[in-house]
Structure formats: C-alpha cells, structure tokens
Write a protein that binds this ligand. Sequence first.
Ligand code: DLZ
Length: 162
Amino acid sequence: MSTALNNLSQHDASNIPDGSPFKISIVVSEWNSMISSSLTKGAVDTLIDAGVYQNNIKVYKVPGSFELIYGAKKAQHQKPDAVIAVGSIIRGETKHFDFICQAVSHGIKDLNIQSDIPVIFCVLTDNNLQQAQDRSGGKHGNKGIDAALAALKMANFRSQIL
Ligand code: DLZ
C-alpha cells in the first residue's frame, strides 16, 4: 500500500500542527524490540520537533503486539490527546501472525470507535525482518514518524470539534 509517492515520512513541514498544547501517550510492544524501539524513537523525535513537551510524552511498554489493545485502552484512561500503538509483527511458520495482526488491527479500530481519544496504528506487519528494518529507519522511511504526524493531526482535529 505504501509507495515512494505516498510515504508520509517525506512530509510537508508547513502542514504539521503545533504540538505544544498536546499530551501524547505511546504504547510499545517489546516483541522485535529493535524494530519497535526504532519506531518509538522516530515518533518521539518527531513529536518533540513539532513542539510537544518532553514531559507530555509518556511511553508505556507491553509484552507483545496483542497486548497493545489493552495497553492503549489503559493509556486512554490517562486522557492524553492521542495514543500511538507501536509494534512489529513478523510472519513465522504458523498462523499466529494472522491471528495477532487481525486482533490488533480490529482491537485498535474498536478503541477508536468506542473512545473519544484517537489511537494511531503504528504496527508493522511484515513478511521478514528485512521488511521491518526497511520501514523502521531504513529505505522506506520510519513509520514511527508517520504515526507521530498522524497523532498530531488527530489531536488537532479532535481539539477543533470537541
Ligand atoms: C507470540 C508472538 C509471536 C509468535 N510473534 C509476535 C510478533 O512477531 N510480534 C509481536 O509483537 N508479538 C508476537 N507474539 C506475542 C504476542 O503478541 C503476545 O504477546 C502473546 O501471544 C501473549 O499474549
């Protein structure tokens, strides 16, 4: 789905909301932690560049991507302006990959329906480690940056129509 032409990492700086009013929570899966920590760094750096205060960024860890749903729900209870769910699911030899991908994407979609606080989906679902590396600071950018921009835009959107 993502291509060189719609890779949000090549963003237009004039179109990014001022982050200084916002609190953003990030929930991170510990599975494939090299990948999820690169995504998290991309997100945090982008939020700070946009003006979000360091002490308004909270990072919480959960064991795996499946737990991102519960983690994001609990993070919502702290009333941030947006939550970013960060994970990396890499296909193995069994169907586990499909079940986790389905559960996480549906779970986070459900939180967006049920709650007023937007949850951003920053979960890589790759066939192999190389694909994950390419999207977490490699040749396809860093999807953590894209997620941070989405969080700022949704926080801003929410503040305009509260
Ligand atoms: C079990 C499992 C497997 C096989 N693969 C991944 C993965 O690639 N990425 C990820 O974030 N988590 C994985 N997990 C762990 C599950 O998300 C979850 O933590 C466990 O099933 C316990 O609920």
